[in-house]
Design a protein around this ligand. Structure first.
Ligand SMILES: [Zn+2]
Ligand SMILES: [Zn+2]
Length: 217
């Protein structure tokens, strides 16, 4: 069996630990992504740099605003998340919990619920399709909010080292962005460029591949 997303060999399940983690990161960041589209819907606010605030790139082509609108509307981000949440509940024979009224709250609710089902999802034959759609959804948002980004090679800064209220470390992925302040999409912790080196220092040590351990023994 292999991971349905990256084809890594697996003992069981449909998603490898890395793709599971990525999917979780994307789900946890989705409410922020949804919100980040807001400034693309107000034509008058475009193009001016705001000190300390996020800055819309002046060269962004106008038609993308339509895409922002589509993503923010009922069938966009919220539709994809709620469809998958309904499918998971159906597969688990769980009654669908009541939805909040406002779209922003619905996005957060559906993303949170899906994240809470991640252990089921990993072992579910639909896992690959779900993970692919969530990845595509995030890519569509980034295409609007961060059009200069090289899709294949975002500069990874590492994982967020902020401690959450429950005492665990956040761990969401962070990517460098010279166009605007870097902020964790999960916990909101800011990472200005002067912290990037220190951040690298505090990264959790990667697990050593088996063959190296054997060679070292
Ligand atoms: Zn994988
Ligand atoms: Zn964080």
């Amino acid at each position: 069996m292999t991971c349905t997303l990256c084809k890594t060999r697996l003992e069981h399940g449909y998603l490898c630990p890395d793709c599971t983690r990525d999917t979780l990161d994307r789900l946890q960041g989705m409410a922020y992504r949804w919100k980040s589209l807001e400034e693309w819907l107000i034509p008058g606010r475009a193009g001016t740099a705001q000190y300390g605030g996020r800055v819309r790139r002046a060269e962004a082509p106008l038609p993308l605003t339509q895409e922002a609108l589509d993503l923010r509307a009922g069938g966009g981000i919220v539709g994809v998340l709620e469809d998958w949440h309904a499918a998971v509940c159906d597969a688990r024979s769980i009654p669908l919990p009541p939805r909040p009224a406002a779209i922003a709250a619905r996005v957060r609710h559906a993303a949170d619920r899906l994240a809470a089902h991640i252990h089921f999802i990993v072992l579910w034959e639909q896992a690959g399709q779900l993970a692919r759609e969530i990845r595509a959804l995030e890519a569509r948002v980034l295409e609007v909010t961060d059009p200069g980004r090289d899709e294949d090679e975002p500069t990874a800064l590492g994982r967020c080292v902020a401690e959450l209220q429950d005492g665990t470390v956040c761990g969401a992925r962070l990517y460098a962005d010279m166009g605007r302040p870097v902020q964790c999409t999960h916990c909101g912790c800011p990472y200005p460029p002067e912290t990037w080196l220190a951040l690298r220092h505090y990264q959790p040590k990667p697990a050593r591949p088996r063959q190296f351990e054997a060679a070292a023994a």
